[in-house]
Design a protein around this ligand. Sequence first.
Ligand SMILES: Cc1cc2nc3c(=O)[nH]c(=O)nc-3n(C[C@H](O)[C@H](O)[C@H](O)COP(=O)(O)O)c2cc1C
Length: 336
Amino acid sequence: MNTESPTEVRATSDPRALRDALATFTTGVTIVTTRDAEGAPFGVTVNSFNSVSLEPPLVLWSLAKTSRSLEAFQRAEHWAVHILSTEQDALSTRFARAGENKFEGIELESGIQDMPLLPRCTTRLQCRTSFRYEGGDHIIFVGQVVAFDRSDRAPLVFHGGKYAVATRKTPPLTLAPPEGAPIDSRFDDEFLGYLLWRASQQFHLRVQRTLAARELTQEEFFVLIPLFHNDGRSAAAFCSTLADLGLGAATSAIDRLAARGLIRIEPDTRRLFLTPTGHDEILQVLAMTKAIESECLGQLGPWESVSLKNLLKQFIVQTNPGLPHPWDAEEAEPQA
Ligand SMILES: Cc1cc2nc3c(=O)[nH]c(=O)nc-3n(C[C@H](O)[C@H](O)[C@H](O)COP(=O)(O)O)c2cc1C
């Protein structure tokens, strides 16, 4: 049985359908900037950018004739293309709105002929206008790249009218079976539960080693972090939150941390506070766990790091059965 959905030929006179079809072409996102004759900066979000030639190095993009920036670009001898990084979606949205003071609060760098250069991009190409062509309701700009710089920041992606992140396609991943294990008794490598558990273990076993070196248990760590973000919480409500999250051993962890002088339990209210020693301790531990994170993400690479966090956040939000957030300020007192 053919399960593919049928392709339907649509008339190009249906502009919406055509726009939707064109939006299936996945692109990066750029902001093109220049200055007008008076030196005022102009910039537009553009995904019609493309490379044309290496010898000479030419790139192109097109600008709608209705754009307020058209005159500035028509007269400009130079313009700069900024290939945006995955963290710059808000900047892209800002430069896609006509009339707004787009450059407000941005610390600009200065390029050739004082071209306004935006910071923290994946790549920046400074170009001299080579040609301009009529292209229907757009003007096509072709420019020669005269200077460029690039970083390894993961690029922002645009598909179907929405921002996205890029992930490299890897061959199907097969995890090695435990030594000597009969092949059919193997836990399915494609099973989500296994993948989430395995990834978490590989990370947390390293964290646990760090904690052990400072004589802290994982339960104590999971008590200290939420208190670092928000202390003064009631012990009972806090323990109930942690128990909801599957961290049932919090009560004894709290007693041990209090005995070590890392937290203080206010006698009347039974509210929990980090002591200055506890505060210093968690700062040190957080620095060490951040170092583990950097190492793991370094092994994964910048694109995959962004994709992994993005997908995990989506998974957490979309499958949340109503679990509390551990750093939330104050929980309702549990019913006696
Ligand atoms: C992801 C994205 C890509 C865009 N690409 C283009 C483009 O290639 N050409 C264009 O003229 N407008 C494009 N736009 C729309 C312009 O950014 C938008 O019309 C902007 O307001 C123009 O600014 P201005 O009128 O101040 O010049 C794009 C918008 C977005 C969000």
